[in-house]
Write a protein that binds this ligand. Structure first.
Ligand code: NAG
Ligand code: NAG
Ligand code: NAG
Ligand code: NAG
Ligand code: NAG
Ligand code: NAG
Ligand code: NAG
Ligand code: NAG
Ligand code: NAG
Length: 576
């Protein structure tokens, strides 16, 4: 920004007299909320923006992010933070089940989240596969950001997903959703009673332009038109955003836009791919924006999964919105848009970090675990002890009988927790005190996509004389992905000197395709490589990679805990 404009911006900030200079086009980078953060939905309340993303089988679930400038995002809590809200999450099955897309809306003093708990174990046509839910909150920052209600379940059930609310001017409330495949695929709408989840008057609004899986609907009313925005083509390379509108009635007819799709990177060689599943909101200056999901084509597959990107939108009276006027309908890493005035970084009161920034977690008895940390399904609380007298300022994990693959690779839980990989290149480190006495007991760090795809670097007791090793294990689902002729993916093992019971374990994404696993004796900076893993082996599917800490007793409950005094994640901010 030229100096004069900077001065003007300061004047605006101080005196609030000028408005337009706050919307000078500024460069920014996508993704804005990096890492496994698909299906974004956002809304503005006064001068704050709030977004939620899909969390599948992770718990806590449905992270809530806030920002004042659209660039610096802080996770303020999780909608699903108490096991009692959805106890059935413990029985979720497979790796693409759990919480799918949510929509966040604000009406008359209350935030609403509508979302779906999906049961993969049940056939598509089984009505109980789709548990559609409403969560509410009147004070989104209260209770450490975890003050969301218990869910209200739709009644009768809706055999679909991607549910979104709309309040019409006549006082009626509607929900749109994508109906599942065995019924008519398309965008359905019901009237809804938000006090008890009652839905009635089903109607099909639109079936899209012909792409598979019409989904992710949102309705916006503007200048007498009802605009229906949806995603089509499936959430892979053919993903796109399309629109239709109805003149004067929410019930339609919805006439498709002649210039569909309005947003897609399909059939291009853009670095960002799979762009779709969008939501539009306005900013404090009267400009419009859209969020969408995208994947970085850093390797053939994408360890970060589907991430949240931001697109400027121009929406003129009586017209359809134009996404990214500089390069219409496309999204790139390097973007320019009329960002609202940059505000100082939020200063979270409890040591929380802004999304995408480095995070050093130390564990003290007085501080709750950071809200970025997730478990798979519902954790067994007895396996996690924060700061016991014997290990103050540590989180002690008691190894479960199952390792990270779980009892069968698709259900159950094991002892671990972690945070999203948000960068192509990063370093994660864990300081761990662990003195295993029983053969097979193991604890360390993991790079985890799902129960059948993870790399684990652990200290393990092996052998008759209590020898301990640092060992890399790779669990990959597909022989095609698990090319053991590639020396990079061969598991390695290094014996620890006798008496060493505290180590620093380290995972480094040295480039887009390779993780390097190493360790050092605690206090030493001399790291020894144990092995490598190919990033494409912990990528694919609908979720994204989590970097975490774990413990297992290898077939029985462990007899001693592994106590972690530091878990740190450092992202490389210059490599996209
Ligand atoms: C929800 O509340 C409305 C209005 O009180 C009532 O008519 C309807 O029967 C209720 N539905 C259910 C499923 O309880
Ligand atoms: C929308 O409906 C109004 C009122 O019926 C009509 O005047 C207007 O021409 C219509 N606009 C379009 C684009 O069809
Ligand atoms: C991409 O190309 C395929 C094959 O030609 C076509 O079917 C599809 O509609 C295209 N997608 C978009 C969004 O243009
Ligand atoms: C993704 O990147 C790989 C490797 O550079 C390339 O071969 C592939 O064509 C890219 N995919 C798309 C859809 O651009
Ligand atoms: C973004 O722009 C920078 C220069 O500012 C360039 O080095 C980088 O390659 C661009 N990234 C992409 C993905 O195009
Ligand atoms: C997990 O445990 C199962 C059953 O004992 C074993 O077959 C598998 O090799 C273990 N996997 C890892 C990555 O430790
Ligand atoms: C393994 O590969 C098959 C065939 O490509 C695919 O359908 C399946 O989803 C893959 N499984 C996992 C867990 O990635
Ligand atoms: C990534 O790093 C590994 C380990 O140093 C190296 O063998 C590999 O060639 C690198 N790959 C690329 C694409 O640079
Ligand atoms: C980020 O990665 C680049 C390219 O590999 C490297 O030159 C730079 O030193 C890295 N920065 C940090 C902070 O690690």
């Amino acid at each position: 920004m030229p100096l004069l404009l900077q001065v003007l911006a300061v004047v605006v900030l101080c005196f609030g007299t000028l408005v337009s200079s706050a919307t000078t086009p500024s460069p920014y980078k996508n993704p804005i909320i990096p890492g496994f953060n698909p299906d974004p939905s956002c809304t503005r309340v006064d001068d704050r923006y709030f977004c939620v993303t899909s969390s599948f089988n992770t718990f806590p679930g449905i992270p809530v992010y806030t920002s004042r400038d659209l660039i610096q995002w802080e996770q303020i809590g999780n909608v699903f933070s108490r096991p009692e809200q959805l106890p059935m999450m413990a029985q979720e099955f497979g790796f693409t089940s759990g919480i799918w897309a949510s929509t966040i809306r604000y009406n008359d003093g209350t935030f609403y989240i509508t979302t779906t708990l999906v049961w993969d174990k049940l056939a598509q046509g089984d009505p109980s596969r789709w548990d559609n839910l409403i969560f509410t909150n009147t004070d989104i920052f209260a209770n450490n950001g975890n003050g969301w209600s218990d869910p209200i379940h739709f009644s009768p059930g809706f055999q679909g997903y991607d549910v979104s609310l709309f309040w019409d001017d006549d006082g009626k409330t509607y929900v749109q959703g994508s109906h599942a495949w065995r019924v008519q695929p398309g965008i359905w709408q019901y009237e809804i009673d938000l006090t008890n989840g009652s839905i009635w008057n089903p109607e099909v609004l639109w079936t899209g332009t012909g792409g598979i899986a019409p989904e992710g609907p949102h309705v916006y009313k503007r200048d007498g038109f009802y605009y229906l925005l949806i995603a089509e083509g499936g959430t892979g390379l053919n993903h796109m955003v399309t629109m239709a509108r109805s003149n004067g009635s929410i019930h339609g007819p919805y006439v498709p836009y002649e210039n569909n799709p309005v947003l897609t990177n399909a059939n291009t060689t853009e670095y960002l791919q799979t762009v779709g599943h969008s939501d539009i909101f306005d900013d404090t200056e009267g400009n419009f924006w859209a969020v969408a999901l995208a994947t970085r084509n850093a390797t053939v597959n994408y360890p970060m999964g589907r991430e949240t990107v931001l697109v400027p939108v121009v929406w003129e009276t009586g017209q359809y919105p134009l996404f990214n006027p500089i390069d219409p309908g496309r999204v790139t890493v390097n973007m320019t848009g009329p960002l609202p005035l940059s505000l100082p970084p939020l200063q979270p009161p409890d040591g929380a970090v802004l999304s995408g920034q480095d995070q050093v977690i130390t564990f003290s008895p007085d501080t709750p675990l950071p809200r970025q940390l997730v478990y798979l399904r519902l954790p067994d609380a007895s396996k996690y002890t924060l700061a016991p007298p014997s290990s103050p300022d540590s989180l002690c994990l008691y190894g479960s009988l199952a390792n990270l693959t779980g009892p069968d690779g698709i259900s159950g839980t094991s002892t671990w927790l972690g945070r999203r990989q948000q960068h192509v290149q990063f370093v994660a480190e864990a300081d761990m005190q662990f003195d295993p006495q029983v053969v097979g007991e193991e604890a360390g760090v993991t790079v985890f996509l799902q129960q059948l795809q993870h790399f684990d670097l652990g200290v393990v007791a092996l052998g008759s004389n209590g020898e301990r090793y640092v060992r890399l294990r790779t669990q990959t689902a597909n022989a095609t992905n698990n090319d053991m002729t590639d020396p990079l993916s061969s598991p390695g093992m290094v014996q620890l000197p006798k008496g060493v019971d505290k180590v620093t374990l380290r995972v480094e994404a040295v480039n887009a395709s390779t993780y390097a696993f190493s360790y050092a004796e605690y206090g030493s900076s001399s790291y020894q490589i144990v092995g490598y893993g190919a990033a494409s082996e912990v990528s694919g599917g609908f979720t994204g990679t989590i970097v975490g800490i774990y413990a297992t007793g290898d077939g029985k409950d462990a007899t001693v805990p592994a106590c972690f005094s530091r878990f740190a994640y450092y992202g490389n901010q210059t490599v996209y």
